[in-house]
Design a protein around this ligand. Structure first.
Ligand code: SAH
Ligand code: SF4
Length: 372
């Protein structure tokens, strides 16, 4: 991929207008181009039949529609979850996951083609690696390389929107979760520009309430989101309800301790009237005792929220192991008894290494193996 080309997906409407009008084209071309890019999901310029040939040629010579190349793909046994490893123009790689949910139980063999898919959610990455460095997270342990551009984030969604459209013509994506590799609030403006592309009616036109952003606790980012007056859903990766443990598990806690984080969460609920989600990955003998559960209940009491208990994805990192089932149930029971809405995350394709950063790790390991 020629890195000198302008990535059209990395231009907002104002910037695209600047480019096209700068070429002496009328301003209505912007709407036409955006229609092809985001509504028709065109992957090449030849399809853009209402643009003059000269304009198409100029676009072809100087721009690209996204910069991602799929390099590896895995599918869950039931066919509902798909994960793609993308290579970017500079050779770096990130993962994106498509999760499909049935509205009624279907037979696993025909699940992927079934018309009874109620939700199609894409989980996008925002960074190559992640500087937060949570010790139980493959991405955090892989080392930080760089932030994605907002066009690289948008391109992940476009890839799956195209694939779903090609497979079943009336099957638009229903949700986007910004929960892949990376900490989305470290570069708030980039994530925000991606969210704008998702919600802008001239582009992907998805309702803000169908989008969720997950943060490890960047209070600054939560405040910037609030300043945008947005209805985007917020998920916070809690994993511990006391500072000493959270300093270890989610090291950004040393910068933004629980008191500040919870204050920002309360502001979010107060302003948006939206339920906040706390993610809590249960780790054997680390954060899964009854006392930990009671501390969580105490911490979130009175807040419009929901706790999502996550069975830890297997990682290569000792001592982080998944809690035994009995401890998970006990934890859930304590939260429920305290009237805290709690769910246990349904695992989507754990057999395809759906955990954050794991396909990338496998492919890199294979590469290292084949080189040696
Ligand atoms: N950086 C952001 C978003 C990406 S991580 C964040 O931390 O919120 C998405 C979620 O996956 C987070 O809740 C994270 O804590 C969780 N996660 C990371 N590694 C995991 C693992 N091995 N098992 C289960 N959840 C994991
Ligand atoms: Fe980064 Fe999230 Fe992984 Fe922590 S869990 S290292 S914040 S991607």
């Amino acid at each position: 991929m020629d890195t000198k080309r302008i990535d059209l997906l990395n231009l907002d409407t104002h910037e695209l207008t600047g480019l096209v009008v700068g070429w002496g084209e009328p301003v209505y071309r912007v709407k036409q181009i955006q229609h092809w890019l985001y509504h028709e999901l065109a992957s090449d310029f030849d399809a853009m039949s209402n643009l003059p040939h000269a304009l198409r040629a100029r676009l072809r010579q100087t721009t690209s529609i996204g910069t991602l190349t799929p390099r590896a793909e895995q599918q869950s046994v039931d066919g509902l979850t798909r994960k793609t490893l993308f290579q970017m123009a500079d050779g770096q790689t990130v993962e994106t996951v498509l999760m499909r949910y049935l509205d009624a139980p279907g037979s696993p063999e025909d699940a992927a083609d079934a018309p009874n898919i109620a939700r199609r959610t894409v989980c996008v990455s925002t960074q190559v690696g992640c500087p937060v460095g949570c010790p139980f997270c493959e991405t955090g342990q892989a080392g930080y390389v760089r932030n994605l551009t907002f066009g690289e984030i948008v391109a992940q969604v476009i890839h799956f929107a195209r694939a779903e459209k090609a497979a079943h013509s009336d099957s638009a994506l229903t949700n986007i979760v910004i929960m892949g590799m990376g900490e989305p609030f470290m570069k708030f403006n980039v994530t925000w520009r991606a969210i704008e592309a998702f919600t802008d009616s001239a582009r992907l036109g998805m309702g803000a309430r169908r989008i969720t952003v997950s943060t490890s606790g960047y209070v600054d980012g939560i405040q910037q989101l609030l300043a945008k007056n947005s209805q985007v859903n917020l998920a916070v990766s809690l994993h511990a309800a006391d500072d000493a443990l959270r300093d270890q598990l989610v090291p950004v806690n040393r910068k933004y301790p629980l008191r500040e984080l919870m204050q920002a969460c309360r502001e979010y609920v107060h302003q948006t009237h939206r339920r906040i989600t706390f993610e809590y990955a249960l780790m054997d003998d680390i954060n899964d005792s009854p006392a930990h559960a009671q501390a969580v209940a105490q911490l979130v009491r009175g807040l419009l929220c929901h706790i999502n208990l996550i069975p830890l994805n297997p990682t290569s990192r000792a001592p982080y192991r998944r809690s035994p089932q009995a401890r998970v149930q006990q934890f859930e029971k304590i939260l429920r008894a305290a009237d805290i809405p709690t769910t246990l995350r349904v695992e989507k394709g754990i057999e395809i290494a759906a955990g954050c950063g794991q396909l990338r790790q496998q492919v890199d390991a294979r590469r290292a193996h084949s080189v040696s």
